[in-house]
Design a protein around this ligand. Structure first.
Ligand code: B12
Ligand code: SF4
Length: 455
């Protein structure tokens, strides 16, 4: 007998059908492929990432699972409505569903609160056996052992880096804008063998895709001893490039950086967020010290590791003078690329509580809480100053002249190891990666940010 079909959709669009934007991101989030791996074999599975392709409402799937962040909540309700009108059963889960189940449960056949690992197989059995409940609660912060490798084979071919996984969950810090501080779970680690198994369970992929991987932890450096042991094991896999995310303070540990190099880390995503000390203090980002940015980033560049930097503007202590100096300061610190976003008070965070209490929320539409809109009034800058800074910084940082200059600074600083062929290969490979990320970010800034100003 033919199995019923489950379509897992990781939502991305937030501005309605007429304003769709396909991010064409190099890597997907882990959630969809992991949910697929946790799904019992009583159903057939299809996985769809809305950041790269549109939803097909004429699908032959019987069941729909939706994974989404806060800014896609309204879109999730619309999508669920359309599918339910066609007689499909729709289940929601993920960070927003877990924080505010009461906001969406009426629009879904079932809503899952919490991490999928333990509860999802039960939900799927209930679904297929027609005994679905309205609400499911997963155990809070369970141990992370025995999580299966994500189903990389189901990820769309458009993604350059399908091999994504996470080694840890949670974070040891308490930045006031961070989603993790809504119902904080302890910082947890997966068994190292499980993570290595994920990175090796890639046989069905073409060689290029097997050789590049990304750990999408919130902060891989939450336990540096663990991170170092993990990197020692990953080094044995001889990847061409590994992407990681960790907090800035980890760069004080030279052994950690050496091990990143040995594990062939090609890209480190680090949230610098601001080059303005009062703004960092305002969001309780105590682990970042602006005076150290340049020197510690140089440590990575020397080891041939590209730096990808999260930057936020519209923080309460930002001033116009700071915005004027920001493009030059960025050139000085010299990150390989930046992800510039407008700060968002995510509902439930201490940052949201503060601006709400002070009556400074100007836009309650959650669809605008994605880092491209300004949804509150910052203390010391106007909306015009924020958007003008946003445009100016992106324009300067991603001008072709500056991209090429940055590339040259990186190549000149990097000491690649190994014989001449290995060094040449690494230099060419990382150059291509740097240019690709720059083009992607440049495109994103133009499509999303410049357009937003007129909306
Ligand atoms: C990859 C990533 C992205 C990617 C792709 C996002 C996407 N979903 O399409 C990109 C780079 C585009 C991105 C962007 C942003 N991101 Co982001 N991102 C991540 C990251 C690093 C990994 C996501 C992931 O795969 N996690 C691992 C999976 C397994 O965890 P999970 O999604 O929570 O899934 C578990 C449960 O929630 C649940 N679950 C999830 N879905 C479902 C579905 C069902 C049916 C069920 C039953 C269960 C279930 O089970 C899973 C396993 O336990 C996380 C940090 C992190 N490590 O989570 C931040 C994170 C999700 N991002 C965050 C934020 C704030 C943003 C931005 C708004 C930042 C900004 N200002 O620019 C933007 C917004 C979007 C935009 N317009 O681009 C926040 C939270 C957002 C929120 N609650 O809405 C996080 C948590 C970072 C943080 N510490 O604050 N992001
Ligand atoms: S360091 Fe990053 S993940 Fe940790 S609390 Fe701060 S923003 Fe969140």
């Amino acid at each position: 007998m033919k199995k019923p079909k489950l379509l897992i959709i990781v939502l991305f669009q937030n501005l309605g059908d007429e304003r769709t934007y396909f991010a064409k991101s190099p890597a997907p989030p882990v959630s969809g492929a992991l949910l697929a791996a946790l799904t019992p074999s009583i159903v057939e599975i299809e996985l769809l990432h809305e950041m790269i392709r549109p939803i097909n409402y004429e699908t032959d799937a019987n069941y729909i699972a939706l994974s989404f962040m806060d800014f896609c909540a309204a879109h999730a309700k619309e999508v669920a409505k359309r599918f339910r009108e066609k007689g499909k059963k729709v289940i929601a889960g993920g960070r927003y569903a877990s924080t505010y189940p009461e906001e969406i449960e009426d629009y879904m056949d079932a809503t899952v609160v919490g991490e999928a690992e333990k509860i999802w197989p039960i939900v799927v059995h209930d679904l297929v056996n027609n005994r679905l409940k309205k609400l499911y609660y997963a155990p809070f912060a369970p141990p992370l052992d025995n999580i299966p490798p994500p189903r990389y084979d189901l990820i769309e071919k458009d993604f350059t880096v399908p091999v994504v996984t996470e080694a840890t969950r949670g974070c040891i810090y308490k930045c006031s804008y961070c989603q993790l501080n809504i119902n904080p779970a302890p910082h947890r680690k997966r068994p190292i063998a499980d993570v290595v198994n994920d990175l090796s369970s890639t046989q069905k992929l073409p060689l290029l895709k097997r050789k590049i991987a990304m750990l999408q932890d919130n902060n891989l450096g939450g336990d540096l001893a663990y991170a170092k042991n993990l990197l020692r094991e990953i080094a044995k896999l001889k990847l061409w490039s590994l992407g990681v995310q960790f907090s800035f303070d980890c760069l004080h540990d030279d052994e950690f950086i050496d091990l990143l190099e040995q594990a062939h880390c090609g890209l480190a995503f680090i949230g610098l967020e601001s080059l303005n000390e009062p703004s960092l203090a305002f969001v309780h980002k105590k682990q970042n010290k602006t005076a150290e940015y340049k020197e510690l980033f140089m440590k990575l560049k020397k080891r041939g590791i590209l730096t990808f930097t999260g930057m936020m503007i519209a923080l309460d202590e930002d001033t116009e003078e700071y915005y004027d100096k920001l493009p030059d300061k960025l050139e000085e610190i010299d990150p390989s690329s930046i992800l510039l976003s407008i700060s968002i008070p995510i509902p439930g965070t201490p940052f949201h509580k503060l601006v709400k209490e002070e009556g400074r929320i100007t836009d309650e539409n959650l669809a605008h809480y994605e880092g491209d809109h300004l949804v509150f009034q910052p203390k010391k800058v106007t909306k015009e100053q924020v958007f003008s800074a946003y445009k100016n910084i992106n324009k300067k940082f991603y001008s072709w002249r500056n991209i090429i200059r940055r590339w040259w600074r990186f190549i000149s600083a990097a000491h690649f190891k190994g014989n001449i062929f290995k060094r040449l290969f690494r230099a060419v490979f990382l150059s291509a990666m740097m240019i690709k990320i720059s083009i992607f970010q440049r495109h994103h800034a133009r499509m999303k940010v410049y357009e937003m100003q007129s909306s």
